[in-house]
Write a new protein. Sequence first.
Length: 160
Amino acid sequence: GRRPPQRAEPELTAKLCDFGAAAICEAALDHEIGGRQLPVSGATGGTPAFFAPEMCSPGTYDGIKADVWALGVTLYNMLYGRVPFEEATTMLTMEAIKEGQVPWPASPELSAECKSLLSSLLAKEPTERPSVEEVLLHPWLAEHGSFGARIVVRPAQRAH
């Protein structure tokens, strides 16, 4: 499967980008767009290993809660060097995401606070996942996060 592109950054700065598919962070924090139901379709974009369980079945899903899951997959990948679910084919990966249990490797050993955050992000049921605000207030991020950092949101540019 495809891995997210990696590039060395000075000072271990985490940088996230989106290609026009996400909403502005402030709106999510103000709950203006939370709960927006998006259709699951064959045209769903993204890397299957980062799909939330509800994206692997027909119906609709909450885009914010799916993004919280993808954040969990990203954090898991940063900590363990692999994604929690990745099989030989897209269909097998999606089945594993829907039906499988998140594997918890013995190494590296995570602190209770870190595992608490990661477990909440990777909750199978979207209603059991934290809101974006709850993620930012989690004790592990309060201790290890750096939220003096800027969130830069640039409008999507369309190629003509």
